[in-house]
Design a protein around this ligand. Structure first.
Ligand code: AMP
Length: 456
């Protein structure tokens, strides 16, 4: 039903359509095609969608469109009161949302700003004083500004509560109540939440007026469909481990996440040298290059896509059999976004994280966020691998390193536990269930990614 919808047909203003084209968007995502008309019509909205579905544009575009008649180039701050307030639980999300708002508003005179805690409040005040129509904020810092009288909310006509469930989880309910009490009663409220718990419904009852309910399919990062694994490995051994795992599992369609563009490029080149069809997607690649890589990945001709978090957000892929965190993100939310790309209703997914000792601290934060502990495993590196860094790898007879002490050896897979693993990303290409083809260097048992058997 939503496939035939175009941004044009949603009735968006030319300035916004131009920005969308410039951002490389061609068709609205399901949440966009459903939420935009409701929001443009002026109704309240309660939408079930998580990051990665295009939800930011789903609220930002109607918001901008509705503010367009009030947009002006006036120099006076009074000409730019805060008319739309977007609340987010974390500063990372706030930054990301404001970047999107800016990108969509680039051909309009509408101004936006983001304010969040953890930085000197004084640096934010002058920007606020010069006037902005759209303010993205975390609740605590917004209240700081309210207390310091550095902003006024009496002209807010649109409110967005982004990731409302996480705001509740993080204990922001009292802050939200205080903020909402300061907003004009006559306003439009759009609430986005990954889950519709009873608490969320209560929040909606309290703050929304006859909201329309919209829900799009989503994969739950922490659901049981996703098997999460952690492999402890020295940073210098990660490349060798990745190559081994990919070869041993005869893996298809894996996204490998790195923290930096440089690592993404370097890693994809080195996988290619190992005979693994790989490509990198990151911020320095052109839109054409990204589309090409993505098409090849979907078609199954490219097995491994190495991506940075930012680049991966723009990818229309959310139902993968496997993701590998080559490097652990410092923001725990990014971990959830990454692994949310695997697993889907009725199918299984695997998310593997390579954790070096320096990254243990990030894993601690991640486990706190997802409220579960992941068993740490150590994989024995295949020492004969041509690209394994034998110089930095301690042979097993040497004084055991901290990692080697608890090594589990895992055999290559025999058969997948679920045929989904052996299917390429798109149903168009059907692939017979793969039998683990022996790789030339597989004499030494190496880790199997899926369905591997533990050997004591
Ligand atoms: P969000 O769920 O809002 O965080 O968006 C996820 C990613 O999808 C962001 O990188 C957006 O730039 C991108 N995106 C949003 N809408 C579209 C679209 N209609 N076409 C292509 N990319 C999009």
């Amino acid at each position: 039903m939503t496939e035939t919808v175009s941004f044009d047909s949603l009735g968006l203003a030319p300035e916004l359509l131009k920005a969308l084209t410039e951002s490389g968007y061609t068709t609205p995502t399901p949440i966009q095609s459903q939420a935009i008309p409701v929001a443009l019509a002026g109704g309240d909205l309660m939408a079930g969608a998580q990051t990665g579905t295009g939800k930011t544009a789903a609220f930002a575009l109607p918001l901008l469109q509705k503010l367009l008649p009030l947009a002006n180039n006036g120099a006076s701050p009074a000409k730019h009161p805060i008319r739309a307030l977007i609340l987010t639980p974390t500063r990372e999300l706030a930054i990301q949302v404001e970047e999107s708002v800016k990108a969509y508003a680039k051909n309009t005179p509408l101004r936006s700003l983001v304010v969040y805690g953890g930085v000197d409040i004084k640096t934010q005040t002058p920007h606020l004083k010069s006037g902005v129509e759209i303010l993205v904020a975390t609740p605590g810092r917004l209240l700081d500004h309210i207390e310091q009288k550095t902003l006024q909310l009496n002209q807010v006509q649109m409110l967005v509560l982004d990731e409302a469930d996480r705001m509740l989880d993080m204990g922001f309910m009292p802050d939200l109540k205080r903020i909402l009490a300061l907003l004009p009663k006559q306003r439009q409220t759009l609430m986005f939440s990954a889950t519709f718990s009873n608490e969320i419904k209560k929040l909606a009852d309290e703050f929304l007026t006859k909201p329309q309910l919209i829900e799009v399919a989503r994969s739950n990062a922490t659901n049981d469909n996703v098997t999460q694994k952690v492999y402890q490995v020295a940073q210098s051994d990660k490349e060798a481990l990745l190559t081994q795992l990919l070869k041993a599992a005869d893996a298809k369609q894996v996204i490998v996440f790195t923290k930096t563009k440089i690592t993404a490029s370097r890693l994809s080149r080195s996988l290619e040298r190992e005979g693994i069809a790989a490509d990198a997607i990151h911020g320095d690649k052109t839109q054409q290059e990204r589309i090409k890589a993505l098409d090849a990945f979907k078609a199954g001709t490219c097995t491994v896509l190495v991506a940075t978090d930012v680049a991966a957000r723009g990818l229309d892929i959310s139902e993968l059999p496997m993701v590998i965190n080559y490097e652990i993100p410092s923001a725990p939310e990014d971990y959830v976004h990454r692994i949310g790309r695997t697993g889907r209703a009725g199918a299984l997914g695997v998310a593997i994280s390579f954790v070096s000792p320096e990254e243990d601290k990030y894993m601690v934060e991640i486990e706190k966020l997802i409220k579960r502990q992941i068993t740490k495993e150590v994989i024995e590196l295949e020492r004969t691998s041509p690209r394994s860094r034998t110089s930095s790898h301690k042979p097993s007879h040497a004084a055991p390193s901290q990692e080697a002490a608890t090594t589990k050896r895992i055999l290559p897979k025999k058969k997948s536990t679920d045929p989904w693993f052996d299917k390429p990303y798109e149903a168009a290409i059907s692939q017979k269930e793969s039998t683990a083809r022996p790789t030339s260097k597989s004499k030494t048992p190496v880790a199997a990614l899926l369905g591997g058997l533990l050997r004591k």
